[in-house]
Design a protein around this ligand. Sequence first.
Ligand code: NAX
Ligand code: K
Length: 505
Amino acid sequence: MQRIAPDRPHPLFDTAATRRLEASTAAALAPHTLMQRAGQATARLALALAPHARTFWFACGGGNNGGDGLEAALLLHRGGHPVVVTWLGTPETAPADARQSWQRAQEAGVPFAAEPPSLGPQDLCVDALLGIGLRADPRPRKPDARLLQWLARMHACAAPTLCVDLPSGLVAESGQYIPGLAPAHPGATAARHTLSLLTLKPGLFTGQGRDAAGSVWFDDLGVPASTETPCAWLAGPPAPAVRAHASHKGSYGDVAVIGGEGLQARGMGMTGAALLAASAALHAGAGRVMVALLDAGALPALPQQPEVMLRRWDALALDHATVVCGCGGGAAVAAVLPDVLQQSARLVLDADALNAVAADPHLQHLLRERGRQGRPTVLTPHPLEAARLLAGTTAAVQADRLAAARTLAGQYGCTVLLKGSGSVIAAPGRTPLINPTGNARLATGGTGDVLAGLVGARLAAEPAQADAAFAAAGRACWEHGAAADRWPAGRSLTAGALAHSLNAG
Ligand SMILES: NC(=O)C1=CN([C@@H]2O[C@H](COP(=O)(O)OP(=O)(O)OC[C@H]3O[C@@H](n4cnc5c(N)ncnc54)[C@H](O)[C@@H]3O)[C@@H](O)[C@H]2O)[C@@H](O)CC1
Ligand SMILES: [K+]
């Protein structure tokens, strides 16, 4: 068993792959072996998490996820630990493995109860209600009222929760709760842990999954997943970049930020967004950074940031630069996009540039052309921007973030960095990445502009190769989140300060 940390990459598998692994392994092992191993791993972790528990409450569902819970309860009971089991199943309807664990628990005298026990902070809830057998369209259609009560009880409990395989109600692939099973007040719970069995599932690391799962632990039950192809990777830290002594500013590329609609255009000054992106590119080590503000009467110079060069957008050498376009671009950005899309050597499109593309079939055509020509391009949408590009809804994007990022990447032949908890990086022909770094302190205005500037700096420094955009987006996303993760506890995280904290990498 291992605790999953963002110190190395991990392969992630969908339910179909997990089921195939289970079936091929179960066929080669004595019956019930996998469930006994799952029970042992669960019991070991439960004891480690709550060594002084006065009660271990095992909430067990009617399927094999419940069977894992019954098996673990049996082991703790045998070890003399105080266990209470509530079970939704019946011996008549339980699958064979779960029935066997129920039988073993009965014979060992494990205490079963009709109602959950009352628990204190030192105790532990073990959530073994629903695992990978969760169906979006359950039969019977209405879940057992006890399931809902027990889930609500766990979500509001003072004791920590250990989820077996998955947080109950969370879809393994997408990291979304199915309707009706999400906590009423997410984030208001005690500590949460999830022990993922046999494989790591992508849904633990993106969407609602990170809050639902808490700390993630993994036990492969002695079964290597080498026969299966991962559907995604949890990204590991990027390799440290070494700067050669004999390098110069040209070695790290030019980043040109185009954005920042002025106050006069529509009464909404957004120059700060472009300046944040430029500041991020500068602190992240770009060779030279230029800003073209989409505002005729804009600043003549940046007194706080004299290293950043102001340009008119039509004076930029787009064909030599890595262009970051869209941050605070407002409505004005649409006019520059035809040139930007056709001429930029390397391109990061963010925010209003993405909205403009979503609204204009000609710009969509130009973006696809870039893809066809193999020119490096990264789109950095948040879920609403991705929904606009896909002509869908934010809910549909969030319902399957991996699929949304993959679809967009395929549609435009470019790299897509879909932001949000557990950002997804996808590109045609590449297994998507889920980024493990970052936290809710990034939920403040301007951090997306900082990310766009950082992607620009990393893309500018990448050697010319087919996967430059994918590599740059993955690296930047990891570093952006890591900067927030190492942020000092007592200091406010603002986008400007975040940009200053980046390093040349
Ligand atoms: N597949 C594997 O690789 C292994 C599975 N094991 C365990 O078995 C689990 C899978 O077991 P199952 O396939 O029996 O499935 P689950 O036990 O995850 O779920 C099936 C149960 O949930 C109910 N249910 C499904 N959708 C529902 C919904 N929307 N609302 C309310 N109730 C719903 C079903 O009626 C059934 O009682 C895994 O998550 C894991 O915990 C482990 O024992 C070891 C290996
Ligand atoms: K569970």
